[in-house]
Write a protein that binds this ligand. Structure first.
Ligand code: F6P
Length: 545
């Protein structure tokens, strides 16, 4: 499984192929293959994906599919769905796809009745959130809950924070959600502003229930609550989401008010597990079920579509094409939807914590680059900020444009006759067109432009983009988008032969912070830390704090 894919014959073929077509322009590709705009598309559930504006020919796509076959992407995918321990460094199965299977399909993995356990937690989450939403669950003073505050970080924060914003139209029970993650006290303090302890419910979300940021914030929130309502109020105002019941109990939260999940759900893959409790409280269990169903539809596509028509696999292969053959280092994600403002941040953890690895699953060093840097902002804001570099800069940054046929909100245009949403979408189409085809010096000169200015106005084009379009940003479509990227990450990781499901690289920094913290305030001069820069930084802090 961890054999070096760069030593394969198909890698060599791709290398040679890149040498022959890598410098060619999208204008030529479209001229030679006029049907590609309609044909290089794939439908994944409700997602219409156009990948025609990529620097590929049909031969490139065939070679990339051959690469996936050679790397064993399908076998690895099937191994994931079947519960094999494909997270080898932690010796764990990888089962987020089981969280969204419909009830009634038995599944046992490592002796666990996964189907029963998953649906039992969903049932309990539904029962609890029904009570909170209906007002049957009351705070210690008898008032209804108005705000849930999710305290968690990384995968225990980014997913529910992104989803509740994206689905704000579906908040139908008068419950709002806030999210506290950072150990910077400004986060908790600002999020508690204006809240009434009597109507606030804290959800302490942590897979391990050992994360310093989360336990620190949860303890501070508990003090805030107890100061207002007394110790006995905790039971009605704190619930937990975790895989670790003992630590939840030790923290002082009744495990009757704990919602569990399992070590086969990675943190960054857990918004569809109990980590989605805050989402369910806001949008209700029926909408949450639609969200899970959207994910499941994409899982089914990924599992069964042949690679040449498999959306996530193709987009993952295109990521490999640019990373490893063009030397691209990043991928922009540009949602033409304000409600998806946090989607790029969510994807940063999903993709970069998964595929930012330097060794293959067997511990041998990788022999090519891995892990794209994901970044982005909603359109059209990005257009007035960083698109200049996308259009005329010297780096290649492939970009995913995400847009919707129907808006969640709409307003009339300047003259009152049009739709603002149409303006938004025309910008998406314009940007992908201009990035692909640009404008030549001849075209600019023909407009009578001062020759000295012509080079400044040349738009090189040949900048690859994917357009991902859907009817509307519904719970199902959002689930589909998330699952699409999960499987893109999977495909890339399988090609590179890495373990996309561990995250050892975050541990050393955590340990160092714990070791350094006492030195910031100790009465004695701290002992040297082994490098003069860290010693000086600590000294500066001690004399300025
Ligand atoms: O530090 C990285 C990480 O382990 C992520 O993988 C995870 O999502 C996050 O911390 C939070 O972990 P937990 O849910 O256990 O608090």
């Amino acid at each position: 499984m961890s054999s070096d894919i760069t030593a394969s014959a198909v890698w060599r073929k791709l290398h040679d192929h890149h040498a022959s077509i890598g410098a060619r322009h999208l204008r030529e590709f479209f001229a030679e293959d006029p049907g590609r705009g309609g044909e290089l598309t794939v439908q994944v559930a409700d997602l219409h994906i156009d990948y025609s504006k990529h620097r590929v020919t049909r031969e490139t796509l065939d070679l990339l599919v051959e690469l996936a076959h050679t790397a064993g992407v399908e076998q690895r995918r099937d191994a994931m769905f079947a519960g094999e321990h494909i997270n080898t460094s932690e010796d764990r199965a990888v089962g987020h796809v089981w969280l969204r299977r419909p009830a009634g399909q038995p599944l046992t993995v490592d002796g666990q009745d996964v189907e029963t356990d998953v649906h039992e937690v969903l049932r309990r989450m539904g029962e609890f959130t029904d009570q909170v939403r209906s007002g049957a669950w009351r705070g210690a003073t008898g008032e209804r809950i108005a705000t849930v505050v999710n305290i968690g970080i990384g995968g225990s924060d980014l997913g529910p924070a992104m989803v509740t914003l994206a689905l704000r139209h579906y908040a139908d029970a008068g419950i709002s959600a806030r999210f506290v993650s950072n150990v910077d006290p400004a986060d908790l303090v600002s999020k508690l502003q204006g809240l009434d302890p009597a109507t606030t419910l804290f959800i302490v979300a942590s897979k391990t229930f050992s994360t310093l940021e989360t336990l620190t914030n949860a303890t501070a929130a508990r003090r805030w609550l107890v100061a207002a309502l007394g110790e006995d109020a905790v039971a009605k105002h704190f619930v937990a989401v975790s895989t670790h019941a003992q630590r939840v109990a030790d923290f002082g939260i009744d495990t009757a008010n704990m919602f569990g999940f399992w070590d086969w759900v990675g943190g960054r893959y857990s918004v569809d597990a109990a980590i989605g409790l805050s989402v369910m409280a806001v949008i209700g269990k029926e909408r949450f079920a639609e969200f899970l169903d959207g994910m499941h539809r994409v899982d089914e596509h990924f599992k069964s579509a042949p690679l040449a028509q498999n959306g996530p696999a193709l987009l993952g292969l295109l990521g490999v094409w640019y990373s490893n053959f063009f030397g691209a280092q990043s991928r922009a994600v540009l949602p033409y939807s304000n409600d998806l403002a946090r989607f790029p941040a969510y994807l940063q953890q999903l993709t970069m914590e998964s595929n930012g690895k330097s060794v293959r699953a067997d511990g041998t060093p990788v022999s090519t680059s891995t892990g794209e840097i994901f970044w982005g902002e909603p359109g059209t804001n990005g257009q007035h900020a960083f698109y200049q570099l996308l259009h005329q800069g010297t780096v290649l940054a492939p970009a995913d444009f995400i847009g919707f046929a129907r808006p969640t909100d709409d307003l009339p245009t300047l003259d009152g006759t049009g739709s603002m949403h149409d303006i938004l979408m025309s910008n998406l189409f314009a940007q992908t067109k201009v990035l692909a085809f640009g404008k030549t010096a001849e075209e600019i000169a023909a407009e009578g432009t001062d020759p000295k200015i012509v080079p400044h106005k040349v738009m090189p084009g040949n900048r690859p983009t994917t357009a991902i379009l859907a009817p509307q940003l519904t719970p199902s479509v959002l689930g589909q988008l998330i699952a699409l990227y999960e499987h893109i990450v999977f495909t890339e990781g399988a090609i590179w032969g890495i373990d996309s499901f561990d995250q050892w690289g975050v541990e050393l920094g955590k340990a160092q912070a714990l070791a350094l913290e006492p030195l910031l305030t100790s009465a004695e001069e701290p002992a040297p830390q082994g490098d003069s820069s860290t010693d000086e930084l600590i000294a500066w802090y001690r004399s300025n704090r």
